[in-house]
Write a protein that binds this ligand. Sequence first.
Ligand SMILES: Cc1ncc(COP(=O)(O)O)c(C=O)c1O
Length: 400
Amino acid sequence: MSEFLPYGRQSISLADINAVVDCLKSDYLTCGPRVEEFERAFAQRVGATYAVAVNSATSALHLAMKVAEIGPGDRVLTSPNTFLSSANCAAFVGATPDFVDIDPVSHNLDPVALAENWKDDTKAVVAVDYAGQACDMSAITDVARQRGAIVIEDACHAAGGAFISEGKHWSIGGHPWADMTTFSFHPVKTMTTGEGGMLVTNNEQYATQARLLRSHGVTRESDAFVGLGAENDPVLSERGSWYYEMSDLGFNYRITDLQCALGLSQLDRLDSFVQRRREIVAIYNDGFADKALITPPGLRNLADRDFISWHLYTLQIDFEILGKDRHTVMTELCERGIGSQVLYIPVHLQPYYRSEFGYGVGQCPVAEEFYRSALSLPLYPELTDANIDQVIEGVLNVVA
Ligand SMILES: Cc1ncc(COP(=O)(O)O)c(C=O)c1O
């Protein structure tokens, strides 16, 4: 039997291992120089002014909400076709997460639906680059900014990706249509730090505040001290190298130097990861072209084809006409050594969202229909051409 191919997995080289081992032998396992080094290198790679590294993208999304001062009474609109965190971050801060339907081709937030379903209390839009393909960022941001809201791009699937807009090439994380952008470094993502995330922005205030909240809201920088009368306080008037202030309620969202050592090494390999993923997607697209009951991923803008950093390869399969349910298809694929995954169950249909916010079936019909047909196939750089053939052949046999 051929080897089992999961739907996603990390690629770890000897250089990655050596980078982590070097860190283990150094003075810092956390709060050391590799964190800043990783932030600088990542910001430079994506073309952002500031990057704040954290322990997950969920933390980065939470910090984005906090620094934008989104809270009770505010609404945050996002895509239902995403991982939970894109919506949960709004709930974390007491705001109302709400959902706008997706475009049937790219499966990303539909800017027309966004304008039509806008609500006056909306303070932010979380635009998710599903599978790695960029949203129509300029259209989404036009809608949001004209109505006084900010845009957070959830680019957790899209590290290393870019797109074409207004005839120009824009890097995800380095274009003018997102106020903040978040990335995930979970092992199934394009590059990994084990767990980890990054918030990038060109807004200095957002970056400074995110850095503060990442570590308990504590500062040791004397020019950031608030004091608030501590100069005359019999206990706190004494200043010295130990002195620190907590000026806001923060968290422990720090990433370790060990993770950043891996992140730096993976960043060096990002271009090759993106390139190989793109090659695999091209081979899959050829293999699944014009096959009955199967729809390969669509492109919103054909010009983006050479710039997308693909995280997922999601086919749409007409299970009803096939006469086999998805569970059976997944089991039969598994028997052929092919892992698959269903991404995503529309977030508004999760029990929490139904009971807390009254959301339900019919609210986002395009995302609900997409969910019924979606099946993500193995996609990671270490898939060999023989592995790819195994997947194509297996799927065509099972979906015959
Ligand atoms: C679109 C999206 N947003 C956010 C996250 C959260 O990322 P993390 O696991 O790093 O917290 C994920 C992770 O799967 C994701 O896919």
